[in-house]
Ligand binder design. Structure first.
Ligand code: ADE
Length: 275
């Protein structure tokens, strides 16, 4: 799989690309990352990539032309329409922006099916809207906050997608059995992933540290007990931290574990019951 990153700060990516899973994926050839300096696609002495906004106002806007030219260089055709007519869907052009829909684990799985992903990193107050409208296939935001540029967001999308490329992670299961992967629930390898909840807690040696013990259920080597404990604790964490992830039509086993958790938690404290 190939990523092409369009940015005015290519050096920014040296850290994210040179460690851990992403670095190994690149070394093994499963992942190729090309960095493109947008200033190389300007034609003025100052290599200008921004300009004042039409209508006035604070800040500068990233210009459309260098992005267009760089996209032509990268994909062979810049406009989405053109590209799709010539070559159906091997590449996906994405603009990172605080105005995009939220990037979720399901998007990471969806994007992992492409051969080429092009990430456009905005800077300044914003990017000329013609990039989102006519050049990108989609916009993505990594969260409900404003960053000073799309580079951090691009590094996050790249990392989340790269680790899903078959062969990149050691065990095929290791990306299913984690938060949002449907893992704690779908413990059988041939079952389709269930709606994702948060991952269960993990422990390693020593059994006791500073008086804090590893839960008994994980220590006995009884697989059914371990599986039940993991699902229950994944549900407990999800209920506490991300109740929005608990699906509507939950399996009966989940519902019964949640009732158990609710009984254990007791009535909500005054703080929790406030709107
Ligand atoms: N650029 C600025 N803020 C961003 C965000 N939240 N996600 C993606 N790109 C951004």
């Amino acid at each position: 799989m190939q990523f092409d990153l369009l940015t005015i700060f290519p050096d920014f990516f040296h850290g994210p690309l040179e460690y851990g899973v992403v670095a190994r994926a690149r070394q093994s050839g499963l992942l190729k990352v090309n960095l493109h300096q947008l200033r190389d696609f300007t034609h003025d002495l100052h290599r200008t990539t921004d300009d004042r906004p039409f209508g006035g106002g604070e800040g500068m806007v990233m210009k459309a032309e260098p992005i267009w030219e760089c996209l032509q260089h990268v994909t062979g055709a810049a406009a989405r329409v053109q590209r799709h007519l010539i070559q159906p869907a091997p590449a996906r052009v994405i603009l990172l922006s605080a105005q995009g829909p939220l990037f979720r684990q399901a998007d990471a799985w969806r994007l992992a099916a492409y051969q080429q992903i092009v990430l456009i990193c905005g800077r300044y107050e914003g990017v000329d809207e013609r990039v989102a409208e006519h050049m990108a296939d989609e916009e993505l935001s990594i969260g409900s906050y404003v960053l000073s540029g799309g580079e951090l967001a691009a590094a996050i999308v790249l990392d989340a997608v790269a680790r899903l490329i078959p062969g990149v992670l050691g065990h095929e299961e290791s990306c299913r059995n984690e938060s949002f992967g449907g893992g704690a629930a779908s413990s059988e390898p041939d079952e389709p992933p269930l709606p994702g909840i948060l991952d269960c807690p993990h422990y390693t040696r020593p059994v006791e540290f500073q008086g804090w013990e590893v839960p008994e259920a994980l220590r006995g080597g009884h697989h059914a007990v371990i599986r039940r404990w993991r699902l229950k604790e994944a549900l407990r964490k999800t209920r506490r931290h991300r109740p929005d992830l608990l699906p509507e039509g939950m399996p009966a086993a989940w519902q019964s574990l949640l009732r158990e958790i609710e009984r254990e938690a007791g009535p909500p404290s005054e703080d929790e019951s406030l709107p």
